[in-house]
Write a new protein. Structure first.
Length: 157
């Protein structure tokens, strides 16, 4: 009987580890998809785009980016299984209060802001300063342009 108990525990442990591996792979897939979208939309031969880090919480992601002397952060949402860029901003996307105002539940906003803070600890101060230069909030459409209701240079309400 103890063999079956051990076998049952082994199967449960295997399932748990397999589930964790799948979750890590899915997070990596999300990060790759987010990076691909940003690169496809904004990368230019004369002005290469760098995207890192990327943090994901379910159907919401924040990606830090730098291009030339400029930098910022992009908020992305997954709709119908596809990532879309919602907006670009600077330090506002580091704050859980801003993320709440953008529609995230408090616990998700706090978790995403904490994940971003942890991920940004490995960036150089110079790169962080470039990302902080982004002034205001810019809504982004599917083609990477500004929407007609562009809230550029206005703080998140």
């Amino acid at each position: 009987m103890s063999f079956f108990r051990r076998a049952g525990c082994g199967a449960a442990l295997f399932s748990l580890l397999l589930g964790a591996k799948v979750a890590v792979a899915a997070a990596g897939d999300d990060e790759a998809a987010v990076k691909h979208l940003l690169m496809q939309t904004f990368d230019r031969p004369d002005s290469p785009l760098a995207v890192e880090p990327i943090v994901v919480d379910g159907d919401v992601a924040i990606a830090d980016w730098a291009q030339g002397e400029q930098g910022g952060r992009a908020l992305l949402r997954r709709k119908d299984g596809k990532w879309e860029i919602s907006l670009c901003a600077g330090d506002a996307l580091k704050q859980s209060a801003s993320l709440e105002k953008l529609g995230l539940a408090r616990h998700r906003a706090e978790a995403l802001a904490a994940s971003l803070a942890t991920a940004e600890r490995r960036l150089s101060p110079a790169l962080l300063e470039r990302m902080s230069r982004f002034d205001g909030v810019v809504a982004v459409d599917a083609a990477g342009g500004h929407t007609p209701l562009d809230p550029h240079h206005r703080p998140i309400p």
